[in-house]
Write a protein that binds this ligand. Structure first.
Ligand code: PHE
Length: 496
């Protein structure tokens, strides 16, 4: 039992964290966000978000996770027993995220399969929305079940179960050690190939053409903070959970830094490839780059197939490589989102990893079937806004207050500094985690709500209400169920 939940080495931890961070957010979301928020000018808010939010908060999450060596929920129970409900709400909300994340991975699985013979045909847009997803832009399609999509979503869940039900180092650790470096190698090949395409410079010029005037707009700052949050898996309990499995000698400050550098290098490098390809397409079709890009999801499932169509035989190589990379990036991220609730349930009910992962994968797979209907894409978009704009920000705010003030971030400094081979924590760090981050979060939250109010239809309000109810009721049930584990209330702390 002792090693069921421990990384075999510090390298496994770092690679698993990079695997968690590098995901769909880096490949389909980032290039689009960068482009639509001022191109080169976006780098200013992006860097500010990394320095003021990501670095200090990631280190705080790692430190507290390391200290408690337990799930997020068990740590909250130790810290403030009255907060157990909140301790469940975070993992449950990440489980809701996992369910829709599995859907995008499922779609990508379909495209990976189709890419071997360009099965999306000559009109990828109609293919995606009409033939494949049969999208209705409302709830009306919820009874139209699409078995083909369902099979691919279920396949993703099977992989998660297959990897997660083993002991940590044999499953998750081993997969990340093999696939995370592979992800970087394959992406490198794709980007280099894309950079050599005729017209690549048109796309790159478009990407880096900075629109400085946007810096004065609130939206671009919000977009930068939102991107950094999602892309680095911040505040979702993933970093907390992975850090809790580390060995005593881990250097958490440097590890956090490596994860941030690897993630940001990956997404910026990917953006170069994406825009070279778009430049190529713009040259071939005579359409300006700005018209090719419409929306994140469309970019990879519509614009990419279009490009692979024009590329001929090269498309038959780059296509499968590209969708394979997205698949691997998605799975290694989903492993981390799944883990947060899984370990919390294992802790409270003294159940084995094998049992809990099997039950949760079955529940998750069943719930994800709602996305295998014609209303799937519509519900997914609202679920994403609910988790990423409304819930997570409030939750991270609570986390920051609990960790920095109740737990007392000061306690971490000496211990973390004594192991750090890079930089040391000091007053600036405390200032960030205690004051700057909570204040920034309040600002981001109001901005996020403002976005949300723009799409206020009765149907979307209904979906948000249902999701909120599910979140509260499920978390409440977990809280009320009596603990089966002897030590649920007696978490040991590693940092004395
Ligand atoms: N960081 C992942 C991505 O970029 C998504 C993720 C969010 C993973 C939260 C874990 C926790 O796609």
């Amino acid at each position: 039992m002792a090693n069921e939940n421990k990384w075999g080495s510090n390298l496994a931890f770092i690679l698993a964290m990079i695997g968690s961070a590098v995901g769909l957010g880096n490949i389909w979301r980032y290039p689009y966000v960068l482009y639509s928020n001022g191109g080169g000018a976006f780098y200013i808010p992006y860097l500010v978000a990394i320095i003021t939010l990501a670095i200090p908060f990631l280190i705080l999450e790692y430190g507290v996770g390391y200290n408690y060596q337990s799930s997020f929920t068990k740590a909250i129970v130790k810290l403030k027993p009255k907060f157990e409900l909140y301790g469940w709400m975070l993992p449950v909300s990440i489980f809701i995220l996992t369910i829709y994340y599995s859907t995008i991975i499922g779609w990508d699985g379909i495209y990976l399969f189709l890419s071997f013979f360009k099965g999306w045909g000559a009109d990828p847009n109609t293919f995606l929305n009409v033939n494949l997803l049969q999208s209705t832009n409302s709830l009306s399609g919820v009874f139209n079940f699409i078995p083909f999509v369902a099979i691919f979503i279920l396949l993703g869940w099977f992989f998660i179960w297959f990897i997660s039900h083993r002991n940590l180092d044999e499953g998750l650790g081993r997969v990340c050690k093999i696939f995370v470096p592979l992800l970087f190698v394959v992406m490198f090949i794709i980007v280099v190939a894309s950079l050599t395409l005729p017209g690549a410079n048109i796309g790159l010029a478009e990407l880096f053409h900075p629109d400085w005037s946007l810096l004065g707009h609130f939206d671009i700052w919000m977009a930068a903070f939102g991107q950094v949050f999602f892309s680095l898996s911040l505040g979702m309990g993933a970093g907390f959970t992975y850090a809790s499995y580390t060995e005593d000698n881990i250097d958490l400050i440097s590890s956090g830094l490596y994860v941030i550098i690897a993630n940001c290098a990956f997404e910026n490098f990917t953006a170069l490839g994406v825009f070279s390809i778009l430049g190529y397409m713009s040259l071939q079709s005579g359409t300006p780059v700005s018209e090719i890009i419409s929306q994140g999801t469309t970019l990879i499932f519509v614009a990419y197939p279009q490009v692979f169509n024009i590329l001929g035989t090269l498309g038959l190589i780059l296509g499968p490589l590209f969708f394979f990379t997205v698949y691997v990036a998605g799975i290694t991220s989903m492993l981390s989102t799944f883990e947060v609730l899984s370990i919390a349930v294992q802790n409270k009910f003294a159940l084995s990893r094998r049992k809990v992962t099997t039950i949760l994968c079955l529940i998750g797979a069943l719930a994800s079937m709602v996305y295998a209907t014609s209303a799937g894409g519509y519900i997914l978009e609202i679920a994403d806004i609910f988790i990423n704009n409304i819930f997570i920000i409030v939750s991270v705010f609570v986390e920051c207050i609990l960790f920095a003030w109740v737990f007392k971030a000061e306690k971490l400094i000496d211990f973390m500094n004594s192991r750090s081979k890079t930089f040391k924590l000091g007053k600036w760090w405390l200032l960030h985690v205690k004051y700057i981050i909570p204040i920034l979060l309040v600002i981001i939250w109001f901005g996020g709500m403002h976005e949300l109010l723009k799409i206020k239809t009765t149907e979307s309000a209904m979906i948000v209400t249902v999701l909120a109810l599910i979140l509260i009721i499920v978390s409440w049930i977990f809280t009320r169920m009596p603990a089966k584990s002897q030590d649920w209330f007696e978490t040991e702390e590693r940092i004395k």
